[in-house]
Write a protein of this length. Structure first.
Length: 307
């Protein structure tokens, strides 16, 4: 088993001269064969996902998807040909070479073929939200590099650090889990659009002041949830909507909770079973009948992975 700090700087990471990587930090992390240590990350490894300043969360790697022969565009400085270029969003010229310090507007580009990896860990994710800092992680790194996107950490030191901050270690991945899965790309839930007044009002008129899962709830804590990602379908359909308590809504959107479309019973992911208040929700029957079974099935399949 190894331990790693994974650098996730934003919605789409952009390291040096490439088009970035799409991540959902609490579910999966995407990288490729040009990244140092890319071939060493495996199932059962302990990871901490960080931004520039703090640790976002920790998890055990549950699976690593491998996708060979993926085209990747890399950009270079027109002067020194290095890929260490940085976009200046509010200044001109647009780009700065971090090696030779040249300022320019057009980068040279090349397309290479890489192996793309997706490390998946959503079921064991534990949010840290800054309980650890990047400075603390660097203190337990196996090397002194501050530029690595995937940085090796001392396993026992990381475990001790998590325990010292009262951060619960995630449940471990089963020992017989495969270290690598065949090529392919999975899907992750997309964050839904929240707070649409008319949509929420219609759901309140239909369901009253009730969370569809936990029951009676103050209006201030009720949010309108879409069973299908709004960003994809761009429509407000009350048959595909639920009123959910704010915390339940977050867990629902992040793939930690779903509703069985056949039995209408609540299903929770393993990561929630460490919390009694959420563990008690498993098996509860959805309190709403006027909801699309097809939409429930689509959300359930994305969350659980089966129909």
């Amino acid at each position: 088993m190894r331990a790693w700090a994974l650098s996730a700087m934003g919605d789409d990471r952009d390291f040096k001269g490439n088009d970035g990587y799409p991540d959902v930090p609490e579910s999966y992390y995407v990288f490729d064969s040009t990244v140092q240590n890319s071939k060493l990350v495996g199932v059962g490894d302990l990871v901490v996902v960080r931004n520039r300043e703090i640790a976002l969360g920790t998890a055990w790697v549950e699976a690593v998807d491998v996708e060979p022969d993926v085209p990747k565009v890399r950009y270079r400085c027109p002067e020194c040909k290095r890929i260490a270029t940085k976009e200046r969003k509010f200044e001109k010229p647009r780009y700065l070479c971090q090696r030779c310090r040249l300022l320019f507007d057009e980068r040279e580009s090349e397309t290479i073929t890489v192996t793309r990896y997706t490390a998946r860990y959503g079921a064991t994710w534990r949010g840290l939200d800054g309980a650890l800092t990047v400075r603390q992680l660097r203190a337990i790194a196996e090397n002194k590099s501050t530029q690595q996107a995937i940085s090796p950490l001392r396993v026992t030191a990381l475990q001790a650090l998590l325990e010292a901050t009262a951060a619960p270690l995630p449940p471990e991945v089963p020992a017989d889990a495969p270290r690598e899965l065949p090529a392919g790309r999975g899907e992750a839930l997309v964050k839904v659009r929240k707070g649409q007044p008319a949509f929420r009002k219609a759901l309140l008129q239909r369901d009253g002041l009730n969370c569809a899962i936990t029951g009676k709830c103050p209006a201030e804590a009720l949010q309108a949830a879409h069973l299908r990602a709004f960003a994809v379908h761009e429509k407000h359909d009350t048959a595909e909507g639920l009123l959910l308590r704010a915390d339940i809504h977050v867990l629902f959107d992040r793939g930690l909770m779903a509703v069985n479309p056949t039995t209408l019973e609540v299903v929770i992911m393993p990561a929630l079973r460490a919390y009694p208040a959420y563990r008690e929700l498993e098996g509860l029957v959805l309190g709403v009948r006027e909801v699309s079974r097809e939409a429930l099935r689509a959300h359930y399949k994305k969350t659980v992975g089966v129909d």
